[in-house]
Write a protein that binds this ligand. Structure first.
Ligand SMILES: Nc1nc2c(c(=O)[nH]1)N[C@H]1C(S)=C(S)[C@@H](COP(=O)(O)OP(=O)(O)OC[C@H]3O[C@@H](n4cnc5c(=O)[nH]c(N)nc54)[C@H](O)[C@@H]3O)O[C@H]1N2
Ligand SMILES: Nc1nc2c(c(=O)[nH]1)N[C@H]1C(S)=C(S)[C@@H](COP(=O)(O)OP(=O)(O)OC[C@H]3O[C@@H](n4cnc5c(=O)[nH]c(N)nc54)[C@H](O)[C@@H]3O)O[C@H]1N2
Ligand SMILES: [Mo]
Length: 815
């Protein structure tokens, strides 16, 4: 049964709109971030912490995956990075007293903003079947509960293991090993809802599911097309890179239904110029495209280039096309046949405007296309991104300086998690290497992605659900279906830093396993550990937290997973794979956390007095000395080095703040690991959304004051929305034509046509209409509140990503 949406903190009578800002960042951004940081951490801790963000001996910002520049500013300052850090380094705590004081029903009435504001989780907690409150539980009991539940399943595929992209390489690698050792590939992750479409399109066409540029390329580009992305809020450090490119003479084109202030003008708080002279104008051209019109735009540019080549020559890179690509003729034919009027209909832009973009591309010496969720969360995202590749291939814009593909990733280690094996469809090469390294046979059958996992829950086929970070219930589509599905699961277990909706809408029994975040010092065994992360451009570096952890009870993600491995598989040390499972000694399980006084004394870990029960492992299980891995993450890195190509000399290459650049065939050597060894042109039929009469196409997006489902505050300063989130941004003409009034409170009703032609409806109540500069027919509202409207079956072809940027809705007056 689905729960009622939260109501306790929602007073949206105060929400109001002012004129959107024309400039992003600048001094107000610094002040706003410091205000939030000081409230959460106090002044001293704020300064200490913020000085360490993205420094060579500091921690990787948990904000976004945009790379650091090699020469770092004293404070790589970014307003939203500071907010992400403050959210984690907060001094507020959620411990056993909190859970004793708040029943589950009470917590369910609060929204994710309130839940997150309560502070860091400090103790493992359990919710017994039928209980009204969580109660404390020891780590041993909590982990044994998980292991027992897993052993009781009839089939390993009844278990699902989700990952959100903040998890380090080390924890992620161990986690996928746990899951495959247990016997399933059910490893859905946030990528399935995020850049999966990019991965699908790029793997097919260029042989690698990643972008092909480095940060230097961005600086050296002649033309940057930034499509479907709002970097001012979501990747603010990218603005510095765009500014640098701009100062070197680059042209920037913003392709977006909304005139996002971050792309228009940028006041760099790091420079006098930024603060005193009103900043840099970033976008030279704003292409106000209709939602989902981008495939048409990129085809139009391709057609324009081909026509220009025909007319005057000198446009295409014939040598590159001949040597490195296949499929050119079919693509050229498809573009010759494609009528301009279709491009106009899809984009909502006149042919003249489309050709102007085409001219900018034609005359550019080196072009980069950057994109994010505006391009990946549509039904036709994969063909759309193939057409981005086509356009770049025409001029040989892959594998040379200042040019290439730049999918801008979301979570700070979402790319690294995939690299080390968080994937429901692992390659056989990866599994073969894993088997050889750990002496077992990993399952070959593909697992569930995020949407498939929800279907399985809905159908009662999931009995165990574990989440490594994230907020599954709130972040996924079709909230009512997810909540009802989750309620049928026998045991849910969340490894988390902060309280969120997924802890209060759970399976029949539930565990909260509190863990360390990026900013926290992680001391295992005798020494402080570092972890590694990979940024959006394939650069891997170390991250080491420095703050005293919020509680002595916390275990690192690595420790939690290593102990589960020991419970499930037994600890075989370095014995040969076929040796029988051995007794798990007291050294193998559980290091008590140091007390504050031991910490101050610098004392080593005292011996562990518990004697854990003997664990017999089944025969086909991975073999490793789990306790040793927990005590020294470098050992995990050496396993990664042997299993995943590109990590040679891992430990040395991340030492002293150095960066390990993973190999990238297309970028480094124009090598394409496709079927025919060539980059592939593809001919893709044009698709774009058709909006029924009287309806709007709704995109669900982020405000400036949130990190996915973590809500920092209720303002969206750049867009001029204040004191609330339940707003729907609509074009003035639509407001009138549909018979509504500005400021009116309405319900949003989504309409989803089933294959048999009948229509399903979903409703989100009480949203205020704000008149906004968005194309006619296109509306926008914030996620996660609008996830109730996104139908589970509305997913992108091939990638399976929910179509969060294209939901058909109607507005309804409230009685
Ligand atoms: N502060 C902060 N930083 C974040 C996050 C956060 O929530 N807060 N989230 C992180 C994560 S996980 C991710 S994936 C990224 C997300 O980064 P973004 O992709 O920038 O996030 P969204 O808010 O979804 O914004 C989508 C943008 O695409 C535009 N858009 C929507 N549909 C279309 C379309 O059809 N065509 C075009 N051309 N444009 C379109 C929207 O108007 C908006 O500007 O940010 C990461 N960084
Ligand atoms: N409608 C709609 N839905 C969307 C999107 C959209 O644009 N529109 N965007 C999609 C995208 S791009 C993404 S990436 C997903 C995001 O989906 P998720 O990654 O599942 O969600 P988050 O909100 O980022 O997860 C926040 C929680 O992670 C936990 N956490 C934070 N840091 C750590 C840590 O270091 N370790 C651990 N173990 N836990 C931690 C905290 O408990 C926090 O409450 O949402 C997707 N959903
Ligand atoms: Mo994302």
């Amino acid at each position: 049964m689905a729960t009622k949406p939260p109501t306790a903190d929602i007073d949206e009578t105060r929400v109001h709109a002012t004129r959107p800002k024309k400039v992003a960042v600048g001094v107000p951004a610094v002040l706003h971030a410091l205000e939030i940081a000081n409230a959460q951490m106090g002044v001293t801790r704020s300064v200490q912490t913020l000085l360490r963000v993205n420094q060579k001996d500091g921690f990787d910002c948990p904000g976004c995956a945009w790379p650091e520049e090699d020469k770092r500013h004293v404070a790589e300052f970014c307003e939203n990075g500071a907010k992400a850090v403050a959210e984690e380094a907060t001094l507020r705590r959620v411990g056993p007293e909190f859970f004793a004081a708040h029943s589950l029903d009470d917590l369910r009435a609060h929204d994710d903003w309130w839940l997150g504001q309560q502070g860091r989780l400090t103790h493992p907690m359990v919710l017994d079947e039928g209980a009204t409150h969580y109660r404390p539980i020891s780590w041993d009991d909590a982990l044994r509960l998980v292991a027992d539940e897993l052993r009781s399943l009839d089939d390993p595929d009844e278990a699902v293991f989700y990952t959100s992209g903040r998890t380090s390489n080390e924890a992620a690698f161990l986690y996928q090993l746990l899951v495959r050792g247990f016997g399933t590939n059910n490893l859905p992750d946030c990528s399935n809802m995020c850049h999966e479409s990019s991965g699908s399109a790029l793997t097919e066409t260029i042989g690698i599911g990643k972008g092909t540029v480095s940060i230097e390329d961005v600086h050296e580009a002649d033309l940057l097309i930034v499509a479907g992305q709002n970097p001012g809020s979501n990747h603010p450090r990218m603005l510095s890179a765009l500014e640098k490119a701009k100062q070197r003479g680059a042209t920037i084109i913003a392709v977006n239904p909304l005139p996002e202030p971050g792309l228009m003008r940028f006041e760099n708080p790091q420079t006098v110029r930024g603060v005193a002279f009103g900043g840099t104008k970033l976008a030279d051209e704003f292409v106000q495209i209709r939602l989902g019109g981008d495939q048409a735009l990129f085809q139009a540019i391709g057609k324009h280039l081909l026509e220009a080549e025909e007319a005057e020559g000198g446009v295409l890179d014939h040598a590159f096309i001949a040597e490195h690509t296949s499929g050119f003729d079919a693509y050229r034919q498809a573009m010759t046949d494609a009528p301009w009027r279709e491009f106009v209909a899809a984009t909502g832009l006149p042919e003249k405007a489309l050709r102007r973009v085409g001219e900018a591309v034609r005359t550019s010496k080196a072009t980069i296309v950057c994109w994010a969720m505006g391009l990946t969360q549509h039904k036709h995202s994969v063909p759309m991104l193939r057409d981005v590749v086509n356009m770049l291939l025409l001029q040989g814009n892959i594998g040379r300086s200042g040019a290439g593909l730049c999918p801008v990733r979301g979570h700070s280690n979402v790319q690294g998690d995939r690299t080390v094996g968080i994937y429901e469809k692992p390659s056989s090469n990866f599994l073969d290497a894993l088997d050889a390294e750990f002496g077992f046979a990993a399952p070959r059958e593909h697992g569930y992605n995020t949407v498939q996992a929800i279907r399985a829950m809905r159908d009662g086929r999931v009995r165990f659900f574990m989440s490594m970070g994230g907020n599954y219930v709130a972040a996924t589509p079709d909230t009512a279906v997810v909540e009802a599905g989750m309620a049928q699961v026998g045991l849910t277990a969340h490894v988390s830093t902060k309280l969120n909706r997924s802890h209060v809408v759970t399976g029949r029994r539930a565990l909260i396993l509190p863990t360390l975040g990026r900013t926290d010092r992680d001391r295992r065994g005798a020494r402080e550990q570092r972890v590694t992360v990979e940024d959006s451009m394939g650069a891997v570096h170390a991250s080491r937290g420095r703050l005293a952890p919020p509680s002595e009870e916390l275990l690192s993600e690595v420790a939690i997973v290593a102990r589960l491995c020991a419970l499930l598989f037994g600890s075989q040390g370095d014995s040969p794979p076929d040796a029988p499972p051995q007794h798990v000694g007291d050294h193998d399980l559980g290091y008590p956390e140091r007390t504050a006084s031991e910490e101050a004394d610098g004392a080593d870990h005292p011996a562990d007095h518990r004697v854990p029960e003997r664990v017999e492992g089944p025969s086909n299980v991975p073999h490793a000395d789990w306790a040793a891995l927990e005590a020294d993450y470098a050992l995990i890195r050496s396993h990664i080095e042997r299993v995943v190509p590109g990590f040679d000399d891992y430990e040395e290459r991340i030492d002293k703040g150095r960066t390990l650049h993973l190999p990238n065939g297309p970028r480094d050597a124009r090598r394409f690991a496709t079927v025919d060894g060539k980059a592939r042109f593809t001919a893709n039929p044009l698709e774009y959304p058709v909006i029924p009469r009287g309806r709007l196409l709704l995109q669900t997006l982020r405000s400036h004051d949130q990190y996915n489902t973590t809500i920092y505050g209720k303002d969206d300063r750049y867009r001029g929305i204040h004191d609330g989130r339940r707003v729907v941004l609509v074009n003035t003409k639509d407001i009138q034509a549909l018979g509504f009034a500005e400021d009116e409170i309405v319900d949003l009703v989504s309409e989803w046509t089933r294959p048999d032609g009948t229509i399903e409806e979903r409703r989100a109540e009480e949203f205020r209409i704000v008149a906004y500069n968005t194309p006619k027919g296109n509306a926008a509202a914030y996620y996660p509140e609008t996830n109730v409207l996104v139908p589970l079956d509305s997913v992108a072809d091939i990638s399976g990503t929910p179509t969060s940027k294209a939901v058909i809705v109607r507005l309804e007056h409230r009685a």
